[in-house]
Write a protein of this length. Sequence first.
Length: 276
Amino acid sequence: MFGNIVILLISVFVIWLNVYVLTYKKNTPIIAKLISSLLFVIWILSVVSPNIPVLKSPFTSALKGRVVDAETKKPLPNINLKIGWKTAYATAGGGSPAIYKALPTTTDEKGEFSIPTALKQLSIYIWPFFSREYGGIRIIAYSYDYELVGKDISADAETKLVEIPIRLLSDEGNFTKSIVDIESELRRMDSEKPSNTEKMFLMRAYNIFEKKYPNSTKDERYLSAFAFIFEEMGAPIEAVKINQKIIEKYPASINAEIAKEEIQRLKKRYNLKINK
């Protein structure tokens, strides 16, 4: 944001200076006019030149994809996916990617999906302080029965078919980790809370886990994360219940003490009338 403001202010100043010197200042020496024009040309080139690749090809390629079982290689229908178009930030202190556009989808009965075209992120450049450009595509694939898998496609990749192999969840430990990882990836994709559809998926995934592994002893590490997820989804009563489960299952742990404090906080914040 700061870089954009700097670019705008400098651009306005350079344009104003050039117009003023060449148009309104009649008695301006030739050397001053030449310097003003040179500054104008240099600035325009510095802003436009990093965008030349994007201006020549402003849209990403339309791609096809397929999700398969990692062991059997069979295509998998009804697998949830989220596709994110990345922007690559670069600054004097380093850089990091971010998602500027996200699209949820699912595989069809053949295990296939499509990645549509999208407008590339333009560079805005003022060397050496700030740069932003299209950084490729991030895809996550997940379901109730399979582990979360993430795949990155670089900005200059020439592939037209993306294949994503995913593995069956092998035990309750992987199941609980998968739910937390899915929530984290979904949040990373949108930089916001998951959509209502994604919330329902996460809630159902936890309920499936509870029914499938009612006596699991591998969920202590993740129960607090589940409680946080449910609160973020607007389900504080469920968050309280999960904290109560921590106290019941692991009474001697530090997590149980934290859960007691969390229950009181949730009751106060949401004015919950829960006696237990």
